[in-house]
Design a binder for this molecule. Sequence first.
Ligand SMILES: Cc1ncc(COP(=O)(O)O)c(C=O)c1O
Length: 413
Amino acid sequence: MISKKDAKFLEAIITKLNKNSLKSSNNYPLLEKGFSNEDIMSGIEVLLSGKITMSDITRKFENYFSKFVGSKYSLMVNSGSSANLLVAFALVNPKKKNRLKVGDKFIIPAVCWSTSLWPLVQCGLKPQFVDVNINNFCIDENLLKKENRTKAIMNIHILGNSANMDKLLKFIKSNQMYLIEDTCEALGSKFKSKYLGTFGDFGTYSFYYSHQITSGEGGMIVCKTKEDYDLLHTMRAHGWDRGLKKSNKKNNFNFINSGFNLRPMDVTAAIGLSQLKRLNKMIISRSKNRKLIVNNIKNHKNWNNQYTFFEQNENLDPSWFGLPLLINQKYLNQKEKFLKYLNGNGVETRPILSGNFLNQPSCKLYKFKYKKEDFKVSQEIEDRGFFIGLPTKDMSVSTLNFLTDKLLKIANY
Ligand SMILES: Cc1ncc(COP(=O)(O)O)c(C=O)c1O
């Protein structure tokens, strides 16, 4: 335990270092400085305790997370990608009732993340890509189709938004499929008052830098049954039964299943827990900043309908991640030059997820068969879209004006 006096001394150092590295208002990075003094102090406390590997603090974070999102079971891992990996391999594990078999299919939106897709493919499952909705960038529920052997959906809640969960759940129920919710970009978003990630059999989350909360690296899985939780728990660490209620108490090296080592560390759990405690505040700030930016742009004298902003889906209470923009047709030829200009002049941008993932070389390598014309919206999002960050603290007027000025310059390119 750090004494009060020492804690004060450490905090003074952290505050000083934070001040030294404060960004000017002529800079709008994707990733703003995301750690508070409390976050850093909770990490330091674990470091100083000498016990940084997974232990009590990780369990504390898992319990708090369960209560926060309203899920029975939570299991922390070392990244969002590891969360997806663990879920995929649990779904095909011999211990899993009604497990998926090699050659079974899963539905996934074409605007997806690499490690939402590949773990399921690595398990021998086949992707059935579906186009997305131009208004919210999430899977288009109206295009869902059960093919022979379609057994699961890997649904992605993009940048805090979500598809219509009522429609999605209806489809899943009538076709008896597993639902995995990749909520890596949407911790804190609610559909009809229920947290995203808690609708399906499994929900996965990422705490990578710039997500809704961050522990540097880190991830979480939520699930509904004790069987699934025990299976994930075993596979997270080597396949042994250590830490399970029904473990072999005499032998710590009892390997009951196959497994990985995807354990987080207590030091990251401490930072994640500290961040989760102030997530609601950050959600409010991000929402406020989003409104400020959109209004400031639309009310500017140079506004000439340069962009379309994506909107939250009906019944969604969003926890925003970044601010995606679609460039309107008139300015589309300027996109490449303009993004270069933005990035060279203090406004950091990136693609919306990875655009139409089917265009990526990795998909070519795996020779997926699909018709280009079935993914017009995903392609449109890739062609027209980019996104910028959304600060978790209230924005200053000078930063707001700097950003607005830069974004409206597209008319000059
Ligand atoms: C939708 C989605 N899934 C999974 C991941 C992987 O998370 P991580 O970076 O923690 O491995 C990301 C990362 O940004 C993501 O956006």
